[in-house]
Design a protein around this ligand. Structure first.
Ligand code: HPA
Length: 299
């Protein structure tokens, strides 16, 4: 069956593989993303002694403390020791992968904490962005929690507010999916996992997250555009990773920490220091929230 934009049956006007190449940097170490993820998972399994992970988490700005709260860290691996990973160039982002053991009523579970996110704006290409997620899937994780720091478009979401992502706008003009793979993104942010999060905090607001390419913050006009398009949150991560996760068959939970009001929503100019400070301030509270949600998911 061919969908309307199925390139099969005629010369391909635009090869998706070409589109996914980085504007800068190369894919020398990632000519085959699936094979690189499989190799990374093998090294990770060996290094951590965990044969299969139950859940994986990407901890963005403000969320890092959750890793300590969630359970016992049984192994920490430098990202640079794992195929396909590179050191994060972003202050406030860690370059390690951690295996965390969590007690649950149904036995001991294992979480993979990915502290080594590659942002699209780093210029390493979409394959590098998707690699940690693909590695987690190859290491057995069927559930993925994506967290981030984001600009809020709603005034009532003061900095420090946690918001469940219920959908996204991918404004990067890129995709981690290559070739004629028409991945369904309906309910990408799992209603089941959102319902579990609401059992922990029924008042958790939900919103649509718009991923901009960055690394510059949005202009006020871009924020107004995002609002018109249906966004409640703006940021520079998550959407591409969520797509890669869905392609890999994972269930995705996304949570943003509002670190600031988006450009133009407040008269204040934006600064990375402000984003980090808001994350630090909210850290203990949102880490406890995330820990409780993860524990419920693993029950
Ligand atoms: N815009 C984009 N990314 C962000 C923001 C923002 O306002 N705050 C934190 N990350």
């Amino acid at each position: 069956m061919h969908t309307p934009n199925d390139p099969a049956g005629g010369p391909s006007p635009s090869r998706p593989a070409a589109r996914s190449e980085a504007p800068t940097g190369s894919h020398e170490d990632m000519t085959d993303p699936a094979a690189t993820a499989a190799a990374a998972a093998e090294v990770l399994t060996e290094a951590t002694g965990v044969p299969r992970y139950d859940i994986a988490l990407v901890l963005g700005s403000g969320w890092a403390e959750a890793a300590d709260l969630m359970g016992r860290t049984i192994a920490t691996v430098d990202a640079t020791d794992i195929p396909g990973f590179s050191v994060s160039g972003v202050p406030g982002h860690r370059g390690t992968l951690r295996a965390v053991e969590i007690d649950s009523p149904t036995g001991t579970k294992h979480a993979l904490v990915l502290g080594a996110r590659t942002h699209y704006y780093e210029g390493r290409g979409v394959r590098a962005v998707a690699h940690p997620v693909r590695t987690a899937a190859a290491a057995g994780a069927e559930t993925l929690v994506l967290t981030n720091g984001a600009g809020g478009l709603r005034r009532e979401w003061v900095p420090g507010t946690a918001v469940l992502i219920n959908d996204h706008l991918n404004l990067t003009a890129a995709s981690p999916v290559e070739g004629a793979n028409f991945v369904d993104l309906t309910d990408l942010y799992s209603p089941r996992l959102r319902a579990i999060a609401h059992t922990v905090d029924p008042d958790l607001p939900e919103g649509v997250y718009a991923q901009f390419p960055g690394p510059h913050y949005e202009t006020p006009a871009e924020v107004r555009m995002a609002r018109t398009l249906g966004a409640d949150l703006v940021g520079m991560s998550t959407a591409l990773e969520a797509i890669a996760a869905r392609q890999a068959g994972m269930q995705v939970l996304g949570i943003s920490l509002v670190t600031n009001l988006a450009a133009g929503v407040s008269p204040q100019p934006l600064s990375h220091a402000e984003v980090i400070a808001a994350g630090k301030e909210a850290g203990p509270r949102i880490s406890a929230l995330l820990t409780a949600i993860v524990q419920k998911i693993l029950e």
